[in-house]
Ligand binder design. Structure first.
Ligand code: ADP
Ligand code: MG
Length: 241
């Protein structure tokens, strides 16, 4: 009997790998030799105390910030030294990003917010809106198309943000405390939708959280320790499940 497809299907291959990352902000060393691997199709939770360097690690992996030292390899290609133009192209086509406060565009409706990355990539308006509507449906916010961010609940706004991050079919979604501003009921709804949708589409997710209940949605968990004030050894520790 064949088992149903799960995210373990592609698990062997790392799609994204960071080695020995260091990053200093002014006088603060946010990362000191962090290494982490994200396997294709997996949901990886990165946990750690506030200030341990989680967001800095995500920014380095997503090509938003360049590390001072170390390497970031995406799909076999080193990306940390790519020229800015190629890096932004990569971010636009291969990656999706969600932050704690969805960072939707306040003037645009839910549908237009989700359609925007497609429009920027040159998709025709009608098709962009159709696909945006499908992704709103997947995230359980069909019927909210015409709402602007100020008219949504926090949970609705994060569902719309996730739809926007996934609408272009990225290989990797980076989520930095995506439920950090939500109550536990809304958090569960958002995480269930994210985990289900990512598994269905085979998208790998790097999920930053300091909440064990949220980390439990992941396939695997690593903990970042003392990114700023550690002892200098590898700062990422695999957490056994
Ligand atoms: P986390 O997401 O785990 O809370 P961060 O990566 O945001 O950790 O921050 C790690 C450390 O780097 C913290 O001490 C933080 O204050 C510092 N830091 C992060 N970003 C900046 C910045 N842009 N300028 C100065 N310090 C920063
Ligand atoms: Mg952070």
């Amino acid at each position: 009997m064949s088992s149903p497809p799960t995210s373990s299907t592609h698990k062997a291959l790392p799609i994204l790998a960071a080695r020995g990352l260091t990053k200093t902000h002014g006088r603060t060393q946010a990362l000191r030799g962090a290494s982490v691997e994200l396997r294709a199709g997996e949901i990886l939770a990165v946990t750690g105390a506030s200030g341990s360097g989680k967001s800095t690690l995500l920014h380095c992996l997503a090509g938003i910030v360049r590390p001072d030292e170390g390497s970031v390899v995406y799909a076999g290609q080193r990306i940390d030294q790519l020229p800015e133009k190629r890096l932004s192209e990569l971010r636009r086509t291969e990656f999706g990003v969600v932050f704690q406060f969805g960072q939707l565009i306040p003037e645009l409706t839910a549908l237009d917010n989700v359609a925007l990355p497609l429009l920027l990539a040159g998709t025709a308006r009608k098709e962009a809106h159709e696909r945006a509507g499908e992704w709103l449906e997947r995230f359980g916010v069909r019927g909210q198309e015409e709402l602007r961010p100020g008219e949504m609940s926090g949970g609705q706004a994060q569902r719309v943000s996730l739809a926007r991050a996934l609408v272009t079919g990225p290989q990797v979604v980076f989520a930095d405390e995506p439920t950090g501003a939500l109550d536990s009921f809304a958090s569960e709804g958002v995480m269930t939708a994210l985990a289900h949708t990512a598994r269905e589409s085979g998208t790998a997710v790097l999920l930053i959280t300091h909440d064990a209940q949220i980390a439990a949605y992941a396939d695997r968990e690593v903990e970042l320790r003392d990114g700023a004030v550690g002892t200098g050894a590898d700062t990422v520790v695999e957490v056994s499940r």
